[in-house]
Design a protein around this ligand. Structure first.
Ligand SMILES: Cc1cc2nc3c(=O)[nH]c(=O)nc-3n(C[C@H](O)[C@H](O)[C@H](O)COP(=O)(O)O)c2cc1C
Length: 363
């Protein structure tokens, strides 16, 4: 299957089939403590944040979704226009296709053309680094969209389920280290729905990366996406594997606590975030910004207005949550008390993370 066809299938399957994890993000186990007297005015709450040299109106990005086809270009144009209008950041989808076939570069460049003032994050994948890509290809990806940072996606689960996937993850930490030291923009390591552990974040931080995008378990499941594709093309083995590993991964809230404990770098919380409340909880757990993919894709298909209204509603909701815990800005959100219960509390205890000392972690 060509990469272009595969990209189109990913979009269609994500929109038409059930691809959601059955295991929750863990944000349901996280509570922020209400302040009856917040001692601030909602109007004075400042949601803006700085990330990789750009000011965002709110701690929110559109996580990496697409590029490479005419359909993807249309989606990217919509996403980018709304990012520009609302002042949030945007990540482009994997740029592998345009590095191999420069004639489709425009399907990515449209993002920078339509969003000249916002944070744009480029995207390449670990499998390509394994196949010999390095600084030259990474620079091409950055230049293509004048990226402010480059995300290197980690998708071992997806590659293992995808028919003919690239599963060689040997020696990657070293390659990522040399990429981080020679690229002119920050390198961030991004999962795609299975989360990042304390141990991996520690290794990658030591290698020199500048940040992480969590993309934990609880939202779009790539085992699920590849399950549906395998079923459509009649590959019974991969169809079975996608079903059985559908819920593999580290729930987003757990992964966020783990990575914040390991790293002093920037963290984008993503994977199943669906509301402004989820955004606020992410900040309280130590994220710098939150990211959302599939719900924004769904709204982008409806059109610019639908997407813009949705983004604005999420920002308004996050702002009210900040007000209700008495936080005047994003920095103050990272100091508010957090109550962790249920499965997430069990996870963190089993992994030896003391939830009582969350309030001081990474801050
Ligand atoms: C249709 C689609 C395509 C995606 N393509 C990419 C990609 O090219 N590179 C990448 O790093 N992540 C990609 N992702 C993963 C998202 O960036 C995100 O990590 C994941 O979907 C979890 O977030 P969500 O639950 O909000 O969808 C894609 C997601 C979707 C839905």
């Amino acid at each position: 299957m060509s990469i272009g066809k595969r990209k189109q299938r990913h979009i269609r399957v994500s929109l038409e089939e059930n691809v959601e994890s059955e295991i929750p993000t863990g944000f349901g186990d996280i509570s922020l403590v209400h302040r009856a007297v917040p001692e601030i005015d909602l109007k004075d709450v400042d949601t803006s944040v700085e990330l990789f040299g750009r000011k965002l109106s709110a701690p929110l990005i559109i996580s990496s979704i697409t590029g490479g086809t005419e359909e993807a270009k249309k989606i990217n144009r919509t996403l980018a226009r709304v990012a520009q209008r609302t002042g949030i950041g945007i990540g482009v989808g994997s740029q592998r296709i345009a590095i191999q076939w420069p004639e489709v570069e425009g399907t990515f460049r449209v993002v920078r053309d339509e969003a000249p003032d916002v944070l744009v994050i480029g995207n390449i994948g670990c499998p390509q680094l394994s196949l010999g890509w390095g600084i030259e290809e990474a620079k091409k990806a950055v230049d293509m969209v004048e990226a402010d940072a480059l995300a290197v996606h980690m998708n071992p689960l997806q590659e293992a389920i995808q028919i003919g996937g690239d599963t060689n993850y040997r020696g990657l930490v070293e390659k990522i280290g040399s990429l981080s030291s020679s690229l002119s923009v920050p390198v961030i390591m991004k999962e795609t729905g299975a989360g990042i552990s304390y141990e991996d974040a520690t290794r990658l931080e030591e290698a020199g990366v500048s940040g992480f995008e969590i993309s934990g378990l609880g939202g779009t499941s790539w085992a699920a996406v590849e399950h549906h594709i395998a079923r459509e093309v009649g590959d019974a083995r991969q169809e079975y594997l996608g079903k059985s590993l559908w819920n593999w991964g580290i729930p987003t809230a757990c992964s966020l606590v783990e990575v914040r404990a390991a790293s002093k770098g920037k963290i984008i919380a993503s994977g199943g975030l669906r509301s402004g409340l989820d955004v606020a909880k992410s900040l309280a757990l130590g994220a710098d910004t939150a990211g959302i993919a599939k719900p924004f894709l769904q709204k982008a298909i409806e059109g610019e207005e639908a997407l813009q209204k949705h983004v604005e509603a999420i920002i308004a909701e996050a702002k009210i949550c900040m007000f209700l815990v008495g936080a005047r800005n994003v920095a103050e959100m990272r100091g508010v008390p957090v109550v962790v219960t249920g499965w997430t509390s069990e996870w963190l205890k089993a992994r030896d993370f003391d939830t009582a000392h969350l309030a001081s972690r990474g801050r």
